[in-house]
Write a protein that binds this ligand. Structure first.
Ligand code: 6R9
Length: 679
């Protein structure tokens, strides 16, 4: 059965997805059809509260919720499953330890370093029972030795080692709010997040391995703490066995030492958390201002993750689940730690670089552990595509049965590569759409529901209970096949949580997400096709996605302007074959600075040190003025067109706020000026 109509045909063509890519035979015999899904989806919205109540009953509550969803104290903040009590650490561990899963593997971790023969040097495996014991001992240290209690805040600046997962579960056990900061971020980025949340402790490592080198996290944390008066101590987890700078007992303690005299059978009662209590705060980039601390609650978040593990990943007890994200990003929080452990699966976690020491590292991991579900990103796929197929074909990937990607739209070549080469033509390959703000997947194919035919390249229909739409600038639904803005029309479990959506800033939460359309605005462009499938096309705002990582242009611009040489700066993203997008910058220097090429080098280093290597601009143009409209808005499309050698006619009407003549003049002036200055 082929359900798509002509407009989605042409849409697929426009996006370069060709004919054979509706995969209705993936779920042989079980495939029902999109109209059945549409009916099911409509029902879930018509009986909205009843539907979500049913989904919520699939997890274990210490006390059952009284209400499904009620408004919170601030506009657009909702209380999901109010009155309910639960604990994520209990759901991820204790529940399984009480069942046959006690001795099932919860985690298989592989470190980056390899032996001479190329085999991994370290593999650590934890059963649910072992993980539970370790988490209890760490929770004991947090509670009894560090005197952390419910509602306190801590920061984790942790690389991809099992202790990160353990710290998250220990904090969740005690109701201690945690904020994990990506280990590739700089001291400044770390400091701003620690001070915003008012963390009492930072947990980090002495260092970690990345591409064969040691990254010195302790030194970075030391530097960050200088500006953070709330921090009492840095707790170090030993990973590389040495630090470059001395340990100061007043400032540092090793977790290992703190654990030494803790009983191996230590048990810490999990706190009965309110469904509406904060589980964690994760900082993410927006279009303006400093990074936003997105709050995730306990109950709504747990319900969405539990449901999506089943609907989207079709999780089964024999699965070996590998999500390749870093836990520093939301994908790792939701789909390495809380989602997979809640449903009792075996999680694979890998510490290092994908191509270290050889380009087949990832594929060797799939073979070594018999990974069945693989969750990755288009940018990683594109990087591997350049390295050739032989690194893949020498490994047996036949255990794989389901593949999804996340982070940005998937391009046809990357989709095909995943489908044909990695999945051997057997595995459905989806592109799950969601955001830090949504907590979990909202728009996706759902093999676990066995209803939805997979249409390559689309994100899929909104999941049950999720009402999404594509609208024009006035908030009116656009016809199928027409590009518009993606909005979410009803609250959903897992949305930014009480009390304020954004940590300490309810006004900003409202103005960023709700002021434009009155509904949650995702910031994305999308198309809805005739089957109701959503094709997310990319960001409509100034948020960049560099190798799938979210970076705000404002963050970059303010970092550049804080350099003593720089008077003004403007940043935009330009397409990149592998990373999807990379930042470029235009800077106006102060009068007394010589225009030498060293300026570019200096500024690159400045950004690297202040935000992190992922934010480093690919090119920096020194100009005498920035292309701005009369109202002072930076015309990023001009910058983009110039840097990519494209004519400025190539602009989308949706974002066009300046007169064409004005745009042309600014373009020509700048073109004249920067001619030949591209680095
Ligand atoms: C999970 C995550 C969110 C932004 C989002 C959108 C883009 C994510 C996507 C996708 C197309 C997909 N995005 N998944 N675009 N197809 N499957 O990535 O969260 O880092 O907060 O970024 O990523 O633009 O708005 P986050």
């Amino acid at each position: 059965m082929r359900t798509s109509m002509s407009s989605s045909e042409s849409l697929r063509e426009a996006l370069n997805f060709d004919e054979h890519l509706i995969l209705e035979n993936n779920w042989k015999g079980r495939f029902v059809g999109i109209s059945d899904y549409q009916f099911f989806h409509r029902q879930s919205l018509e009986n909205f509260e009843q539907f979500w109540a049913g989904v919520a009953e699939e997890i274990e509550w210490f006390k059952k919720f009284e209400k499904v969803v009620i408004p919170g104290e601030h506009p657009n903040v909702y209380k999901w499953f109010a009155g309910g009590r639960l604990n994520l650490s209990y759901l991820c561990l204790d529940r399984h330890v009480k069942s046959w899963r006690k001795n099932k593997l919860a985690l298989i971790w592989e470190g980056e370093p390899v032996k001479e023969d190329g085999e991994p040097l370290e593999i650590r495996k934890f059963t649910y029972f072992e993980l539970w014991r370790y988490v209890n001992r760490v929770a004991y240290v947090m509670k009894e030795k560090l005197h952390l209690k419910r509602g306190d805040r801590v920061a984790f600046y942790m690389p991809m080692i099992p202790e990160l997962m353990i710290l998250m579960l220990a904090a969740a056990r005690l109701g201690v709010i945690f904020s994990q900061v990506f280990s590739g971020f700089s001291a400044e980025a770390l400091a701003s997040r620690i001070s915003d949340i008012g963390a009492r402790y930072i947990f980090t490592t002495d260092g970690y391995y990345r591409r064969g080198k040691i990254v010195r996290t302790k030194e970075i944390a030391d530097k960050a703490v200088e500006e953070c008066p709330t921090v009492e101590k840095i707790i170090l987890i030993r990973r590389v066995g040495s630090t470059e700078t001395p340990i100061d007992e007043a400032k540092h303690a090793y977790l290992e030492e703190l654990l030494k005299d803790v009983n191996p059978n230590a048990y810490v009662q999990p706190e009965e958390m309110e469904s509406t209590d904060i589980l964690y705060v994760l900082y993410t980039s927006g279009t303006t201002g400093k990074p936003k601390g997105i709050i995730h609650d306990t109950g709504g978040y747990a319900v969405l993750l539990n449901a999506t593990m089943k609907w989207v990943f079709d999780i089964r007890d024999e699965d070996i689940f590998w999500c390749t994200a870093d836990i520093g990003w939301v994908t790792g929080h939701s789909y390495i730690v809380f989602g997979p452990l809640m449903v009792g699966t075996t999680v694979v976690m890998y510490e290092g670089a994908p191509d270290f020491p050889a380009p087949d590292r990832w594929w060797s991991i799939i073979e070594r552990y018999g990974v069945t579900i693989f969750y990755t990103s288009p940018t990683a796929v594109r990087a591997f595509m350049r390295l050739g197929t032989e690194h893949v074909t020498k490994h047996d990937l036949s255990t794989l049965r389901l593949i999804h990607s996340v982070g940005e739209p998937i391009n046809p070549a990357a989709w095909r590569w995943l489908f044909e080469l990695i999945g051997g033509g057997r595995c459905p390959v989806g592109s799950t759409w969601w955001m830090t703000e949504t907590g979990g997947i909202l728009i996706s194919h759902a093999p676990g529901l066995k209803l939805v035919p997979l249409k390559a390249g689309t994100n899929g229909p909104p999941l049950p209970g999720i009402e999404a739409d594509v609208v024009d600038e006035n908030g009116v639904s656009v016809p199928n096949g027409v590009k518009g803005y993606l909005i979410i029309k009803r609250p959903w479990p897992g949305m930014p949580g009480p009390p304020t959506g954004m940590y300490g800033d309810p006004e900003r939460y409202n103005s960023v997400y709700f002021s434009r359309f009155g509904y949650f605005f995702t910031g994305d462009y999308a198309i809805r096709d005739n089957d109701g499938y959503i094709w997310v096309l990319g960001r409509s705002d100034e948020v960049l996605k560099v190798a799938g990582h979210r970076i705000g242009t404002y963050e970059l611009e303010s970092t550049l302007v804080s350099h003593p040489y720089v008077a003004e700066a403007a940043v935009c993203g330009v397409p990149d074959d592998v990373k999807g997008e990379v930042p470029i910058a235009y800077v106006v220097l102060k009068a007394d600075v010589p225009k030498t090429s060293r300026v570019q080098e200096e500024l690159r280093k400045w950004v690297r040190e202040r935000i992190g290597a992922i934010a480093e601009p690919k090119s920096i143009f020194v100009v005498s003025r920035l292309p701005k409209t009369r109202s002072g808005k930076i015309m990023r499309r001009i910058m983009r067109a110039l840097a990519t050698g494209k004519p400025i006619g190539d602009i989308t009407t949706l974002e066009d706020e300046a007169a064409v003549e004005e745009v042309k003049m600014a373009y020509e002036a700048l073109l004249k000026e920067i001619g030949g200055k591209l680095e």
